[in-house]
Design a protein around this ligand. Structure first.
Ligand code: ZN
Length: 93
């Protein structure tokens, strides 16, 4: 299964096997910034969880980008309306 890159720094992620009290557990972590998941015996579950976090970060980026564009457009629309109204105000003496 594909491992998505780190949601924080876009670094490479690796799957680590850890033995805790004679139980083999798994953990996924970023080798650049050290962000890790919890330990779990189900490797597939951890991979799904890790990849879902990356998708969530991507969705957040798109959400904030769209929000920023909407803000800029509404500020521009406000000033356009203001200047159009101001112009028509002086045109009628
Ligand atoms: Zn990272």
């Amino acid at each position: 299964m594909h491992i998505a890159s780190c949601p924080c720094c876009c670094g490479t992620a690796r799957v680590f096997a850890v033995i805790i009290e004679n139980v083999k557990m798994w953990q996924i972590g970023c080798i650049i910034c050290g962000l890790t998941t919890d330990y779990d015996i189900n490797k597939g579950y951890l991979l799904t969880k890790w990849n879902a976090r990356q998708q969530l970060e991507n969705q957040k980026k798109w959400f904030y980008l769209v929000l920023l564009i909407l803000l800029i457009v509404s500020i521009m629309a406000f000033f356009c309306g203001y200047f159009i109204a101001f112009k028509s105000y002086i045109a009628i003496p």
